[in-house]
Design a protein around this ligand. Structure first.
Ligand code: ADP
Length: 397
């Protein structure tokens, strides 16, 4: 069975064609600048040179058609006919409170995705465009939506309700949803399997640390808490997002600088976080580490503040679960930055956590980085959201 996985943004579209017989990626790529001048498709096949096509892509439908043409292209293609694609899995950001599970696309499912436009105005409309483009280009092929918010739907009300008047929850479904759910779900299950955790010892903290970062606590795969909220702005400080902040800060700045709430939210989403603390040096953690090594104090502050916030959340989540059986690091920073992992885990020496520096240097695969006598087992588990979406697609299609 071959599954095409689509992650559609407002002006971009990422894809992977996965052979589910052996869960291998046959081809992947990216359409950029959809609806903007200078659109291009970069098609990648393992073992071959990238194929870049510059061609107008006024809509997501033209983008999908270009992807399909690339997949069956005589020279650069990987399949003989698009009929070889058995199903399409779509990353959809927000499923609202109605979608605790992935769903097969029909009119009702599309209506639910539309109902959540308000909750994810930048993402859900683009995700739906991707789905409708696939329906138009591949009639009869089943489409499945996998929601970033599904994992967080496992939370109990004590964790997901904001302490604000009930009417906002009733009228607008204002609650904590959490994001990166596909990754937290994948990594927590992968950790249970890799570590062979017995059923009564599956309290896991997953640290998804990338450009966007979030942490989750789960027991036996069920989410106890996760750091993002109604939107991805809550929780850790990130590349450009502030994370948790006293809402009175917004009122103060807006009143003094006479800016609108939209401008304020733009600042908190795009101009804050590590970028802001580093004095606008960079939102990229590699740049910040390089600058810190050269003595840049602001880069050091950005990195220290990030580590502090991650440490606070891990500590809180261990307490919320009444203990922890495994901690897993994933995503760009979590998988690659050994010093970051060692420093964060260093704060948990009081719990008896010990990291083995040699194991902590291994990259690119599942690895247990704690010592044999560590009181808690710590892992690096590379995330694979596309594979998780493909597995869900096979299950439902
Ligand atoms: P996104 O949220 O965009 O998917 P990623 O998970 O790819 O982000 O993470 C991107 C972040 O990971 C960047 O800040 C990047 O600097 C960081 N990163 C990647 N490799 C390393 C590395 N070797 N050391 C430190 N940080 C790294």
């Amino acid at each position: 069975m071959k599954v095409l996985v689509i992650n559609a943004g407002s002006s971009s579209l990422k894809y992977q064609l996965i052979d589910m017989e052996n869960e291998s990626v046959i081809a992947k790529g990216l359409c950029e600048r959809i609806g903007i001048e200078g659109s291009q498709l970069t098609h990648k096949v393992p073992g071959k040179e990238d194929w870049v096509q510059v061609n107008p892509m006024p809509t997501h439908e033209t983008a999908i058609n270009m992807v399909l043409s690339a997949l069956v292209d005589k020279e650069h293609g990987v399949i003989a006919d698009i009929k070889e694609i058995d199903a399409v899995g779509h990353r959809v950001v927000h499923g609202g409170s109605k979608c605790a599970e992935s769903i097969k696309i029909d009119e009702e499912a599309k209506a639910i995705i539309k109902e959540c436009f308000d909750l994810a105005p930048l993402h859900n409309p683009a995700n739906l465009m991707g789905i409708e483009a696939c329906e138009a280009c591949m009639p009869g092929v089943p489409n499945v939506a996998v929601f970033d918010t599904s994992f967080g739907m496992g939370m109990e009300p004590a964790a997901y309700r904001y302490a604000i008047p009930e009417e906002y929850y009733d009228k607008y479904q204002i609650r904590r949803y959490g994001f990166h759910g596909t990754s937290h779900n994948f990594v927590s299950h992968e950790t249970m399997a890799f570590a062979e955790l017995p059923e009564d010892k599956r309290r896991i903290v997953v640290c998804h640390l990338g450009n966007g970062s979030s942490i989750s606590a789960s027991i036996n795969g069920k989410c106890v808490d996760t750091s993002m909220g109604l939107t991805p702005l809550e929780g850790l400080l990130m590349g450009t997002r502030s994370g948790d902040i006293d809402p009175a800060v917004l009122q103060f700045i807006m009143n003094h600088d006479n800016i609108s709430i939209d401008e304020m939210l733009n600042i908190l989403n795009k101009k804050s976080g590590a970028l802001a603390l580093s004095g606008n040096l960079s939102s990229d953690f590699r740049d910040l580490s390089d600058a810190e090594a050269k003595g840049d104090e602001k880069a050091k502050l950005a990195l220290d503040a990030f580590k502090h916030r991650v440490t606070k959340y891990i500590g809180a989540y261990i307490a919320a679960m009444g203990g922890v059986d495994a901690i897993a690091f994933t995503a760009g920073i979590g998988e690659n930055d050994k010093d970051m992992r060692a420093e964060i885990m260093g704060h948990f020496a009081y719990l008896g956590i010990k990291i083995d520096p040699e194991k902590n240097s291994i990259r690119g695969k599942n690895v247990e980085i704690s010592t044999e006598d560590s009181a808690v087992r710590v892992f690096v588990i590379p995330t694979n959201e596309e594979l998780a979406i493909a597995r869900e697609t096979v299950r439902l299609a």
